[in-house]
Design a protein around this ligand. Structure first.
Ligand code: CO
Length: 153
């Protein structure tokens, strides 16, 4: 009986640890038919090895008319990545294929859709200048924000 008891305590502890990790390293952001993201800043802890990001689109317009993606780069690369992305077309989710400046990106989604991606921040700098934006043509000016990696340890 004693052995069984110990094992169940251990299992509960592992479940809690996994839940806490997932909660701290998961991000969500909504987009809409008014060409807006719901947040202009996203923050993750530097201890996250992997970040899970979910992009939703609470509008009703289709992806070829009011599509949105979520693209992460350094601030310095953002303008150029956006320019190249627009030219890459919807068939490439408005991201230039194999673009090494892109740290992470979702596909382009339309109203009622959502996309979840997982990416590593291990090679990024805490306190560095990163930004997220939508590369659907014409959206960059309105749909962008700051991506912050903070040290809470
Ligand atoms: Co957009």
């Amino acid at each position: 009986m004693k052995t069984v008891f110990n094992v169940s305590i251990l299992a509960a502890g592992l479940l809690c640890a996994q839940f806490a990790l997932a909660a701290d390293c998961s991000l969500s952001i909504d987009s809409n038919d008014a060409m807006q993201f719901s947040k202009d800043e996203l923050t993750v802890d530097a201890s996250c090895t992997e970040v899970e990001l979910t992009l939703t689109h609470s509008g009703t317009m289709p992806r070829n008319a009011m599509g949105h993606n979520w693209v992460l780069t350094s601030k310095a690369d953002a303008q150029a990545v956006n320019q190249d992305g627009m030219q890459a077309g919807l068939e490439n989710d408005y991201v230039k294929p194999e673009d090494e400046r892109v740290i992470a990106h979702t596909p382009v989604i339309g109203g009622g859709e959502e996309a979840t991606i997982t990416f590593s921040i291990e090679n990024l700098d805490a306190g560095g200048d990163y930004m997220f934006f939508c590369t659907f043509p014409g959206h960059f000016a309105m749909m962008k924000g700051e991506f912050r990696i903070v040290n809470n340890g």
